[in-house]
Ligand binder design. Structure first.
Ligand code: SF4
Length: 365
């Protein structure tokens, strides 16, 4: 299949691994930002193919993982109300809030439905005018245009029974936070190709320049990731710190300008808490006041509360590349995909779930 087979070709993979081994002369710590990339790395055993000098750590780019407990608790409060249809992507249903999850609300009679697109939630709102339909609008810049479009369309149609609980986050402020941390170990980043398909990569050029750090926009197939690693190693060994684009078949420097304009029309930038990381300035999106009639946080009277993460969950350090999932004492014992303690074990894109699926029986390093 075109755009798949050539990016899983073993001969190309072997050549890239050999080139990385030829270039590397000293230890480098590299981070892939996106959970989809983490999943590919683990699935294809890429960390074990690389020279031992390359240490791959895993970033905060799993939208399910970083959605804060407080927002999950708000979703649970809304979903439990009579007359509400709560609509969500499927992987949010098992994410633990402070006491509950959406599956349990559904089991107790809450009308919780799984969809693949916010447009499906709009269809439900049109079909059920007597019910309040709330869509759980989470994700990075990747999901933001579609979510913006749903809210924009609801306002245009006068769909008063449609609203969105928004927990959108932005990648560049999270990379900035990592780079500003005195504990940062990461020397090169693989930026998320799907986010950059929407946003382009000018913001990453600013980060490369300001922090003298190489960034390569990478795709999601094994050859994409090996090539991105090879490009990062080349930069580091040559003392360069630039943003380069490995994923040129999808990403342009400017990105998808109409999508960005729609996001700008519907959302405004705000501070946002990331689960396991804490509040990051200017790292989120919320609905603009013009769309308040579709803002679930304004429509529903919700209790504000601060929730502590389970003490033994080290997801904060995992999501910042300071530790690996296997460093966690609960990994694979008290925390499994069936009974997750922390969000990185819930989503298929979470680093802990990827390690559990592909490496729990034999972790090389
Ligand atoms: S294995 Fe579970 S408890 Fe440990 S860091 Fe990952 S999600 Fe948290």
């Amino acid at each position: 299949m075109k755009y798949v087979d050539e990016y899983r070709n073993p001969e190309i993979a072997r050549a890239l691994v050999a080139e990385i081994a030829r270039r590397v002369t000293r230890p480098w710590v590299l981070m892939e930002i996106c959970g989809g990339q983490t999943h590919t790395l683990m699935r294809y055993g890429i960390p074990d193919l690389l020279p031992r000098k390359i240490d791959l750590v895993h970033g905060p780019g799993c939208p399910v993982c970083v959605t804060p407990v407080e927002i999950i608790d708000k979703a649970l409060q809304i979903a439990a109300q009579p007359g509400v249809i709560f609509v969500s992507y499927g992987d949010m249903l098992r994410v633990p809030g402070s006491r509950d999850d959406l599956y349990r609300v559904k089991a107790r009679g809450g009308d919780v439905r799984v969809v693949y697109s916010p447009m499906d939630a709009l269809r439900i709102a049109r079909a059920e005018p007597g019910r309040r339909v709330v869509f759980f609008g989470i994700g990075f810049e990747t999901t933001a245009p579609a979510n913006a479009r749903a809210v924009w369309q609801a306002r245009r149609e006068g769909l008063k029974n449609f609203s969105m609980l928004v927990s959108q986050v932005l990648v560049p402020p999270a990379i900035r936070l990592l780079l500003e941390s005195p504990r940062n170990r990461v020397q090169g980043f693989i930026a998320p190709g799907h986010v950059c398909t929407v946003m382009g990569y000018r913001q990453y050029e600013t980060l490369s320049c300001e922090f003298r750090v190489p960034i390569v926009v990478g795709g999601f197939e094994p050859i994409d990731l090996l090539e991105a690693i090879q490009m990062l190693v080349a930069q580091l060994e040559e003392g360069r710190a630039e943003t380069e684009n490995q994923y040129a078949r999808s990403v342009s420097r400017a990105g998808n300008v109409p999508a960005q304009e729609l996001m700008e029309e519907v959302f405004e930038v705000c501070d946002r808490k990331w689960r396991g990381v804490g509040s990051i300035a200017q790292s989120g999106l919320r609905l603009r006041p013009e769309f308040a009639a579709h803002d679930a946080e304004k429509i529903f009277e919700l209790e504000e509360q601060t929730v502590e993460e389970p003490a033994e969950c080290i997801s904060a350090e995992v999501l910042q590349g300071l530790k690996k999932p296997t460093d966690c004492a609960a990994f694979g014992t008290r925390c499994t995909p069936e009974m997750p303690l922390g969000a990185p074990m819930v989503s298929a894109e979470g680093a802990c779930a990827a390690y559990y699926q592909y490496r729990r029986h034999g972790v090389a390093r």
